[in-house]
Design a protein around this ligand. Structure first.
Ligand code: CP
Ligand code: NVA
Length: 339
Protein backbone atom coordinates (compact mmCIF):
# COMPACT_ATOMS: atom_id res chain seq x y z
CA UNK A 1 0.00 0.00 0.00
CA UNK A 2 1.25 3.52 -0.69
CA UNK A 3 1.52 5.64 2.47
CA UNK A 4 -0.59 8.49 1.06
CA UNK A 5 -3.79 6.46 0.92
CA UNK A 6 -6.72 8.21 2.64
CA UNK A 7 -4.60 11.23 3.70
CA UNK A 8 -5.45 14.95 3.55
CA UNK A 9 -3.18 17.38 1.69
CA UNK A 10 -3.55 20.83 3.25
CA UNK A 11 0.07 21.90 3.11
CA UNK A 12 3.18 20.46 1.48
CA UNK A 13 4.66 19.53 4.86
CA UNK A 14 1.75 17.14 5.49
CA UNK A 15 3.85 14.74 3.42
CA UNK A 16 7.45 13.59 3.95
CA UNK A 17 10.30 14.13 1.51
CA UNK A 18 10.00 10.57 0.20
CA UNK A 19 6.21 10.91 -0.21
CA UNK A 20 6.65 14.16 -2.19
CA UNK A 21 9.37 12.58 -4.33
CA UNK A 22 7.08 9.56 -4.87
CA UNK A 23 4.32 11.88 -6.17
CA UNK A 24 6.75 13.63 -8.50
CA UNK A 25 8.07 10.36 -9.88
CA UNK A 26 4.52 9.11 -10.33
CA UNK A 27 3.49 12.36 -12.07
CA UNK A 28 6.39 12.07 -14.53
CA UNK A 29 5.39 8.44 -15.20
CA UNK A 30 1.70 9.36 -15.67
CA UNK A 31 2.68 12.20 -18.03
CA UNK A 32 4.59 9.74 -20.23
CA UNK A 33 1.78 7.18 -20.10
CA UNK A 34 -0.78 9.80 -21.15
CA UNK A 35 1.41 10.99 -24.01
CA UNK A 36 1.73 7.37 -25.17
CA UNK A 37 -2.07 6.97 -24.90
CA UNK A 38 -1.62 4.03 -22.50
CA UNK A 39 -3.48 5.41 -19.49
CA UNK A 40 -4.97 2.91 -17.02
CA UNK A 41 -7.99 4.15 -15.05
CA UNK A 42 -7.57 3.72 -11.29
CA UNK A 43 -10.46 5.96 -10.24
CA UNK A 44 -13.47 4.32 -11.90
CA UNK A 45 -16.66 4.87 -9.85
CA UNK A 46 -14.98 7.52 -7.66
CA UNK A 47 -16.76 10.84 -7.15
CA UNK A 48 -14.87 14.05 -6.51
CA UNK A 49 -16.24 17.44 -5.46
CA UNK A 50 -14.43 20.68 -6.21
CA UNK A 51 -15.33 23.67 -4.01
CA UNK A 52 -14.06 26.97 -5.39
CA UNK A 53 -14.59 30.18 -3.43
CA UNK A 54 -12.05 31.97 -5.67
CA UNK A 55 -11.55 31.95 -9.44
CA UNK A 56 -9.36 29.34 -11.13
CA UNK A 57 -8.31 28.12 -14.55
CA UNK A 58 -5.40 25.72 -14.01
CA UNK A 59 -6.34 24.14 -10.69
CA UNK A 60 -9.94 23.47 -11.63
CA UNK A 61 -9.04 22.14 -15.08
CA UNK A 62 -6.19 20.02 -13.70
CA UNK A 63 -8.49 18.38 -11.13
CA UNK A 64 -11.26 17.88 -13.70
CA UNK A 65 -9.08 16.49 -16.48
CA UNK A 66 -7.14 14.29 -14.03
CA UNK A 67 -10.46 12.90 -12.80
CA UNK A 68 -11.86 12.42 -16.34
CA UNK A 69 -8.65 10.71 -17.53
CA UNK A 70 -8.86 8.38 -14.54
CA UNK A 71 -12.57 7.56 -14.94
CA UNK A 72 -13.81 9.56 -11.91
CA UNK A 73 -16.85 11.86 -11.84
CA UNK A 74 -16.63 15.50 -10.79
CA UNK A 75 -19.00 18.07 -9.30
CA UNK A 76 -17.91 21.72 -9.44
CA UNK A 77 -19.28 24.01 -6.74
CA UNK A 78 -18.41 27.60 -7.65
CA UNK A 79 -18.40 30.80 -5.59
CA UNK A 80 -21.88 31.63 -4.33
CA UNK A 81 -23.79 28.66 -5.75
CA UNK A 82 -23.99 26.47 -2.61
CA UNK A 83 -25.20 26.99 0.96
CA UNK A 84 -21.57 26.69 2.13
CA UNK A 85 -20.97 29.02 5.10
CA UNK A 86 -24.00 31.16 4.16
CA UNK A 87 -26.94 29.01 5.13
CA UNK A 88 -25.12 25.83 6.17
CA UNK A 89 -22.01 25.46 8.33
CA UNK A 90 -18.72 24.12 7.03
CA UNK A 91 -19.10 21.16 9.41
CA UNK A 92 -22.60 20.19 8.26
CA UNK A 93 -21.60 20.62 4.62
CA UNK A 94 -18.54 18.39 4.89
CA UNK A 95 -20.51 15.71 6.73
CA UNK A 96 -22.94 15.60 3.78
CA UNK A 97 -20.19 15.63 1.15
CA UNK A 98 -18.29 12.84 2.93
CA UNK A 99 -21.32 10.57 2.46
CA UNK A 100 -21.55 11.19 -1.30
CA UNK A 101 -17.99 11.65 -2.51
CA UNK A 102 -14.55 10.06 -2.23
CA UNK A 103 -12.47 13.28 -2.23
CA UNK A 104 -12.93 17.04 -1.72
CA UNK A 105 -10.88 19.83 -3.28
CA UNK A 106 -11.20 23.23 -1.58
CA UNK A 107 -9.96 26.65 -2.79
CA UNK A 108 -10.73 29.65 -0.61
CA UNK A 109 -9.48 32.42 1.62
CA UNK A 110 -8.82 31.49 5.24
CA UNK A 111 -6.62 28.42 5.72
CA UNK A 112 -8.63 27.52 8.85
CA UNK A 113 -11.60 26.62 6.64
CA UNK A 114 -9.73 23.86 4.84
CA UNK A 115 -8.43 22.68 8.23
CA UNK A 116 -11.99 22.49 9.59
CA UNK A 117 -13.10 20.63 6.47
CA UNK A 118 -10.36 18.06 7.01
CA UNK A 119 -11.20 17.64 10.71
CA UNK A 120 -14.80 16.67 9.95
CA UNK A 121 -14.24 14.87 6.66
CA UNK A 122 -14.05 11.09 6.43
CA UNK A 123 -12.53 11.35 2.94
CA UNK A 124 -9.32 13.06 1.71
CA UNK A 125 -9.38 16.88 1.49
CA UNK A 126 -7.00 18.58 -0.95
CA UNK A 127 -6.10 22.25 -0.59
CA UNK A 128 -6.42 23.91 -4.03
CA UNK A 129 -5.14 27.26 -2.62
CA UNK A 130 -5.77 29.32 0.49
CA UNK A 131 -4.36 32.69 1.51
CA UNK A 132 -1.56 30.84 3.31
CA UNK A 133 -0.54 27.90 1.11
CA UNK A 134 -0.83 26.52 -2.44
CA UNK A 135 0.56 22.97 -2.12
CA UNK A 136 -0.71 21.47 -5.40
CA UNK A 137 1.09 24.29 -7.24
CA UNK A 138 4.38 23.39 -5.60
CA UNK A 139 4.02 19.74 -6.61
CA UNK A 140 3.97 20.93 -10.22
CA UNK A 141 6.86 23.33 -9.63
CA UNK A 142 9.05 20.65 -8.05
CA UNK A 143 8.13 18.30 -10.89
CA UNK A 144 9.18 20.95 -13.45
CA UNK A 145 12.44 21.65 -11.60
CA UNK A 146 13.17 17.91 -11.46
CA UNK A 147 12.46 17.47 -15.19
CA UNK A 148 14.77 20.35 -16.07
CA UNK A 149 17.61 19.26 -13.76
CA UNK A 150 17.68 15.50 -14.17
CA UNK A 151 21.40 15.32 -13.30
CA UNK A 152 21.16 17.25 -10.03
CA UNK A 153 19.95 16.57 -6.49
CA UNK A 154 17.56 19.16 -5.07
CA UNK A 155 20.27 20.40 -2.67
CA UNK A 156 22.45 21.21 -5.69
CA UNK A 157 19.77 23.48 -7.20
CA UNK A 158 19.42 27.19 -6.38
CA UNK A 159 16.17 29.08 -6.77
CA UNK A 160 15.43 32.78 -6.15
CA UNK A 161 11.83 33.78 -5.50
CA UNK A 162 11.46 37.50 -6.26
CA UNK A 163 8.67 40.00 -5.53
CA UNK A 164 5.99 39.58 -2.87
CA UNK A 165 7.45 36.91 -0.59
CA UNK A 166 4.61 37.10 1.92
CA UNK A 167 2.00 35.03 0.10
CA UNK A 168 0.71 31.50 -0.46
CA UNK A 169 3.32 30.68 -3.12
CA UNK A 170 6.37 31.86 -1.16
CA UNK A 171 5.13 30.12 2.00
CA UNK A 172 4.71 26.85 0.12
CA UNK A 173 8.02 27.29 -1.66
CA UNK A 174 9.61 27.64 1.79
CA UNK A 175 8.08 24.31 2.80
CA UNK A 176 9.27 22.78 -0.47
CA UNK A 177 12.83 23.94 0.24
CA UNK A 178 12.71 22.63 3.82
CA UNK A 179 11.39 19.25 2.69
CA UNK A 180 13.54 18.66 -0.40
CA UNK A 181 16.76 20.55 0.41
CA UNK A 182 16.30 22.96 -2.55
CA UNK A 183 18.37 26.11 -1.89
CA UNK A 184 16.00 29.05 -1.71
CA UNK A 185 16.59 32.80 -1.65
CA UNK A 186 13.59 35.02 -1.04
CA UNK A 187 14.37 38.34 -2.65
CA UNK A 188 11.99 41.08 -1.53
CA UNK A 189 11.73 44.26 0.55
CA UNK A 190 11.64 43.46 4.29
CA UNK A 191 7.92 44.18 4.66
CA UNK A 192 7.23 41.48 2.06
CA UNK A 193 9.32 38.80 3.70
CA UNK A 194 7.32 35.70 4.69
CA UNK A 195 5.40 34.96 7.84
CA UNK A 196 8.13 34.69 10.53
CA UNK A 197 6.83 31.44 12.02
CA UNK A 198 6.82 29.64 8.67
CA UNK A 199 10.24 31.06 7.75
CA UNK A 200 11.91 30.02 11.02
CA UNK A 201 10.34 26.57 11.04
CA UNK A 202 11.49 25.95 7.45
CA UNK A 203 14.99 27.36 8.06
CA UNK A 204 15.42 25.01 11.03
CA UNK A 205 14.38 21.97 9.01
CA UNK A 206 16.53 23.03 6.02
CA UNK A 207 19.62 23.30 8.26
CA UNK A 208 19.33 19.61 9.04
CA UNK A 209 19.36 18.81 5.31
CA UNK A 210 21.93 20.21 2.90
CA UNK A 211 19.86 23.16 1.73
CA UNK A 212 19.86 26.81 2.76
CA UNK A 213 17.02 29.32 2.97
CA UNK A 214 17.80 33.02 3.11
CA UNK A 215 15.88 36.30 2.76
CA UNK A 216 17.52 39.34 1.20
CA UNK A 217 16.48 42.77 -0.05
CA UNK A 218 19.47 42.85 -2.39
CA UNK A 219 18.56 41.74 -5.93
CA UNK A 220 22.14 41.24 -7.14
CA UNK A 221 23.03 39.10 -4.13
CA UNK A 222 19.72 37.23 -4.30
CA UNK A 223 19.83 36.14 -7.93
CA UNK A 224 23.56 35.60 -8.50
CA UNK A 225 24.25 32.16 -10.00
CA UNK A 226 20.75 30.80 -9.44
CA UNK A 227 19.32 28.05 -11.67
CA UNK A 228 15.73 29.33 -11.36
CA UNK A 229 13.95 32.62 -10.78
CA UNK A 230 10.36 32.22 -9.61
CA UNK A 231 7.86 35.05 -9.39
CA UNK A 232 4.15 35.56 -8.74
CA UNK A 233 1.67 38.44 -8.88
CA UNK A 234 2.22 41.29 -6.41
CA UNK A 235 -1.43 41.42 -5.29
CA UNK A 236 -3.12 38.04 -4.76
CA UNK A 237 -6.75 37.00 -5.19
CA UNK A 238 -8.89 38.36 -2.37
CA UNK A 239 -6.54 41.27 -1.58
CA UNK A 240 -7.76 44.85 -1.98
CA UNK A 241 -7.21 46.78 -5.23
CA UNK A 242 -6.06 49.65 -3.03
CA UNK A 243 -2.80 47.74 -2.43
CA UNK A 244 -1.59 48.04 -6.03
CA UNK A 245 0.00 51.49 -5.69
CA UNK A 246 2.14 50.70 -2.64
CA UNK A 247 3.05 47.23 -3.88
CA UNK A 248 4.14 48.55 -7.28
CA UNK A 249 6.21 51.30 -5.67
CA UNK A 250 8.03 48.85 -3.37
CA UNK A 251 8.26 45.84 -5.67
CA UNK A 252 9.11 47.34 -9.07
CA UNK A 253 12.80 46.90 -8.45
CA UNK A 254 12.08 43.15 -8.05
CA UNK A 255 10.55 42.81 -11.53
CA UNK A 256 11.91 39.92 -13.60
CA UNK A 257 13.53 41.81 -16.48
CA UNK A 258 16.73 41.82 -18.56
CA UNK A 259 18.72 43.54 -15.80
CA UNK A 260 17.77 40.84 -13.31
CA UNK A 261 18.60 38.07 -15.78
CA UNK A 262 22.05 39.62 -16.35
CA UNK A 263 22.60 39.75 -12.61
CA UNK A 264 22.19 35.96 -12.38
CA UNK A 265 25.41 35.60 -14.43
CA UNK A 266 23.80 32.37 -15.66
CA UNK A 267 22.84 32.42 -19.32
CA UNK A 268 20.87 29.20 -18.80
CA UNK A 269 18.72 30.50 -15.93
CA UNK A 270 15.10 29.28 -16.11
CA UNK A 271 12.03 31.31 -15.18
CA UNK A 272 9.03 29.96 -13.28
CA UNK A 273 5.64 31.60 -12.76
CA UNK A 274 2.58 29.89 -11.27
CA UNK A 275 0.29 32.04 -13.50
CA UNK A 276 -1.82 34.03 -14.17
CA UNK A 277 0.88 36.67 -14.92
CA UNK A 278 0.61 40.40 -15.57
CA UNK A 279 3.08 40.63 -18.44
CA UNK A 280 1.06 42.55 -21.04
CA UNK A 281 -2.05 44.62 -21.60
CA UNK A 282 -4.29 41.92 -23.08
CA UNK A 283 -6.37 41.50 -19.90
CA UNK A 284 -8.78 43.92 -18.23
CA UNK A 285 -6.78 44.22 -15.00
CA UNK A 286 -3.42 44.14 -16.80
CA UNK A 287 -4.46 46.99 -19.08
CA UNK A 288 -5.88 49.08 -16.24
CA UNK A 289 -2.97 48.71 -13.80
CA UNK A 290 -0.13 48.80 -16.32
CA UNK A 291 -1.52 52.00 -17.84
CA UNK A 292 -2.35 53.64 -14.53
CA UNK A 293 1.17 53.08 -13.15
CA UNK A 294 2.98 53.53 -16.42
CA UNK A 295 4.43 50.01 -16.48
CA UNK A 296 4.66 49.68 -20.24
CA UNK A 297 6.87 46.56 -20.30
CA UNK A 298 4.89 44.44 -17.80
CA UNK A 299 4.46 44.11 -14.06
CA UNK A 300 6.12 41.32 -12.02
CA UNK A 301 7.70 40.03 -15.25
CA UNK A 302 8.34 41.84 -18.53
CA UNK A 303 6.54 40.66 -21.63
CA UNK A 304 9.81 39.91 -23.44
CA UNK A 305 11.15 37.70 -20.63
CA UNK A 306 7.76 35.97 -20.32
CA UNK A 307 7.75 35.23 -24.05
CA UNK A 308 11.33 34.00 -24.06
CA UNK A 309 10.68 31.60 -21.16
CA UNK A 310 7.11 30.64 -21.99
CA UNK A 311 8.00 27.00 -22.82
CA UNK A 312 9.14 26.43 -19.23
CA UNK A 313 6.24 28.40 -17.74
CA UNK A 314 3.59 26.52 -19.74
CA UNK A 315 5.27 23.17 -19.00
CA UNK A 316 4.94 24.15 -15.33
CA UNK A 317 1.21 24.73 -15.97
CA UNK A 318 0.79 21.41 -17.75
CA UNK A 319 2.48 19.69 -14.83
CA UNK A 320 -0.43 20.81 -12.63
CA UNK A 321 -2.44 18.08 -14.37
CA UNK A 322 0.06 15.25 -13.96
CA UNK A 323 0.92 16.07 -10.33
CA UNK A 324 -2.73 16.49 -9.30
CA UNK A 325 -3.48 13.19 -11.01
CA UNK A 326 -0.66 11.55 -9.01
CA UNK A 327 -2.09 13.11 -5.82
CA UNK A 328 -5.67 11.98 -6.32
CA UNK A 329 -4.73 8.44 -7.38
CA UNK A 330 -2.40 8.10 -4.39
CA UNK A 331 -4.84 9.40 -1.79
CA UNK A 332 -7.91 7.61 -3.17
CA UNK A 333 -6.41 4.19 -3.90
CA UNK A 334 -4.01 1.86 -2.12
CA UNK A 335 -1.97 1.25 -5.30
CA UNK A 336 1.78 1.75 -5.17
CA UNK A 337 2.55 2.75 -8.76
CA UNK A 338 6.25 3.56 -8.56
CA UNK A 339 8.73 0.77 -7.98
N1 CP B 1 -1.65 28.65 -10.65
C1 CP B 1 -2.96 28.52 -10.36
O1 CP B 1 -3.36 28.08 -9.27
O2 CP B 1 -3.77 28.91 -11.36
P1 CP B 1 -5.37 29.06 -11.29
O3 CP B 1 -5.64 30.22 -10.35
O4 CP B 1 -5.77 29.33 -12.69
O5 CP B 1 -5.94 27.80 -10.73
N1 NVA C 1 -0.56 34.33 -5.06
C1 NVA C 1 -1.51 34.08 -6.11
C2 NVA C 1 -1.34 32.70 -6.64
C3 NVA C 1 -2.26 32.36 -7.77
C4 NVA C 1 -2.05 30.98 -8.31
C5 NVA C 1 -2.91 34.28 -5.60
O1 NVA C 1 -3.23 33.78 -4.51
O2 NVA C 1 -3.69 34.95 -6.27
Amino acid sequence: MNTLYNRHFLKLSDFTQSEIMYLIKLAIKLKQIKKNKKEIQYLLKKNIVLIFEKASTRTRCAFEVAAFDQGANVTYLGPGNTHFEYKESIIDTVKVLSRMYHGIQYRGHDHNIVKTLSQFSTIPVWNGLTDKYHPTQLLADLCTIQELCTQKYMHEIHCAYVGNAKNNISHTLLEAAAITGLNLRLVAPKQYWPDKKILLKCQLIAQKKYGTIICTENVAEGVKNVDFIYTDVWVSMGESDKLWEKRIQLLKKYQVNDTMINLTENEHVKILHCLPAFHDQTTIIGKKILNKFNLQTGMEITHSIFKKHSDTIFEQSENRLHTIKALIISTLTENNLVS
